[in-house]
Each structure stands twice: as C-alpha cells, then as structure tokens.
Write a protein that binds this ligand. Structure first.
Ligand SMILES: Nc1ncnc2c1ncn2[C@@H]1O[C@H](COP(=O)(O)OP(=O)(O)OP(=O)(O)O)[C@@H](O)[C@H]1O
Length: 308
C-alpha cells in the first residue's frame, strides 16, 4: 500500500483530483478533499458551485470522469451497500400512503445493521407524528422523516444536502440538537448548506466551493482570516449605490437610508476613497468580516482580486 492508498484507507471520505462534467459544464473540476473520521464538515458555495455533484460522487450516485473517490477506503457504492453511509438529499421522496413509522421501519429492515426504530424516531424528533401518513406532513416534517431515514441504518458517515432547507427556526434548532448527539458518538458528517450561521455554529471545518473547485478549506476562523477583509459601516448623508460601487476594493455593500455597510478587501484604501468622495461621512466603524463576508469575497467572480 503506498502513501496515497494509506491516507485513503484511513479517511472517512477522500476525493483526489475528482472531476465530473455535464456536457460543457465542469460541475466538479479537480477536487482534492480528505475528511477524517469524526469530522463535521460544512460544504458551502453559491448556487451551481458543484456541492450537490460532489455529494453525489461521495454517495456513488455518479461516477467521476477523472480522479478517485472513496469512502472508508472503499468504492462509494460498496460503502452505501454495507450501510456505512446515510444520506439526506434534497430530492428524496417519501411514499405518500405509508406512515412515518412504516417508512423509517422499512428502510431500517433493508440494512443489516440498523438502530432500533424507536431510537431513530426519537433522534429525529418525530415520535409524535409517527402514525401520520407522509402525504399529510409539512415540508419541515418531511425533512425530519428523511433525517430519520438517513439515521436508521446507524451509518458511520452522514451526508446531508441542505438538510434544514424547509425547516422553521424551531425545527432547525431541534435538528441540530439531534445532530450534535449523533456526532458526539464519533460519526462523520458532511453537510451542504446555504446557511452560513449553521456552518459557523456546527461545523469543525468549512470547505468553500466555487465553479467546481475548492477555494478555501479550514476552520471557520481560518476561512474568515483567508478572506482578510474588513467591514466598514458609516452614516453617509446622500449615499447612492453608484457612489458605493465606484469605491475601490469593495466586494459587497448594503445601503439603508443614510447607513452604509461595505465589505472591503483593503479597508484603508476604501476608507480613503470614501472620505474623499463624501467628507460628510460620520460614525465610521471598521470590523473584521464574518464568515458571510469571507464567503462573498472568496466566492465572488474575481477571487484573485478578493484575496489580494
Ligand atoms: N444532471 C445535470 N445535467 C446537467 N448539468 C448539471 C446537472 N447537475 C448539475 N449540473 C450543473 O452543474 C453545475 C453544478 O451543479 P450542482 O447542483 O452540483 O451545484 P450546487 O453547488 O449543488 O448548487 P445549488 O446550491 O444550487 O444546489 C451547475 O452549473 C449545474 O447547472
């Protein structure tokens, strides 16, 4: 076994030079990613960045055109067959006529090693709706049933594609509480999300994708630092979009009445230009960017510019 194979065997997930194209679209364009057992990783990126395609490759739903993908050192499809991976996808449909209990129970029976049905229902917070038919469930409740379906195989790796998309704030909080209980047992989780606060709060590590590539990979603090930007807030009488767009090093801005908030990759330069253009600006505050600012600057169309 050479060094590369050794890493692959010890990793929960390993993508090496993985590529996948749909016609001319390079959905995944050479991704190297190793996830160690026990890590909770958030996959972030704007629409079309390649998150779902990456997830599909890890689940064996698609084969890479180039490079390799392995899960616990095996072909993804084999790992799925052996119940090592639980998945919750955006497109997962439920059978309308089955009750929640029947649905989760049925999936549990398909697996050699599964957790007791009652435990899966409890962990997903759906005991109270266990006798309801899928057709009668709300969007958020269906999401929780899908979570139970992913959990019932008692998988070593959970892969979740935008798991809380249809959930309200309360359901989201409950969902992450049960996820915490799951990850405390040393399981590995990879979740794709659009909610930066979820990544900030629940992931050990953030992988930022753009145009099929990984543009940042590290802890929330590391990714934030990578962007190296600042936010500038000020009160600016007569501020206009045109004027803010013209300022140098600005990656994003918000304008509410006289209040402006700018994300800048070089706050000194932006501020100088701002005071030049609008000497009446006052109540100026400069702060470090949050994950959201890092996300915007690292996934914008001019990443080199943003990182400069
Ligand atoms: N089955 C397909 N056929 C053709 N093109 C596809 C297919 N699936 C994805 N694509 C394209 O590949 C690129 C990556 O899509 P993907 O769904 O992986 O992105 P994503 O990051 O998950 O986006 P979103 O946040 O919108 O779910 C997009 O340009 C998309 O249009």
């Amino acid at each position: 076994m050479d060094n590369t194979e050794e890493i692959a065997a010890g990793a929960a997930v390993r993508l090496a030079g993985a590529r996948k194209a749909y016609g001319d679209v390079r959905a995944v364009d050479g991704i190297d990613l190793t996830i160690a057992p026990g890590e909770v990783v958030a996959l972030l990126g704007p629409n079309g960045a390649g998150k779902s395609t990456t997830v599909d490759l890890i689940l064996g739903l698609g084969r890479p055109d180039g490079g390799t993908v392995s899960v616990f050192g095996r072909e993804p499809a084999d790992a799925v067959r052996d119940g090592m991976i639980g998945a919750m996808l955006q497109s997962g449909t439920l059978l309308d006529d089955l009750t929640v209990r029947e649905t989760v129970g049925l999936v549990g029976k398909l697996h050699r090693r599964s957790m007791p049905l009652a435990e899966a229902l409890r962990r997903a917070g759906i005991e109270e709706i266990a006798d309801r038919r899928a057709a009668k469930l709300s969007g958020g409740q269906k999401q929780r049933v899908r979570f139970a379906v992913a959990l019932v195989a008692d998988p070593d790796l959970l892969v979740l594609d935008e798991p809380t998309a249809a959930m309200d704030v309360g359901a989201r909080r409950e969902f992450w509480k049960s996820m915490h209980a799951f990850t405390e047992t040393g399981r590995t989780v990879l979740f794709a999300t659009h909610y930066l606060e979820e990544a900030e709060e629940f992931a050990d590590r953030v992988v930022l994708m753009r145009s099929g590539r990984v543009v940042a990979d590290g802890s929330v603090a590391q990714v934030r630092a990578l962007a190296g930007g600042r936010t500038i807030r000020a009160v600016l009488p007569g501020a206009s979009e045109g004027m803010l767009t013209a300022l140098p090093a600005v990656t994003d801005f918000e304008l509410r009445g006289d209040r402006i908030s700018l994300s800048s990759t070089d706050s000194d330069t932006t501020l100088r230009a701002l005071l030049n253009a609008a000497p009446a600006a006052h109540d100026i505050e400069i702060g470090a960017v949050g994950l959201e600012g890092a996300f915007l600057s690292l996934t914008s169309d001019e990443p080199e510019e943003a990182l400069r």
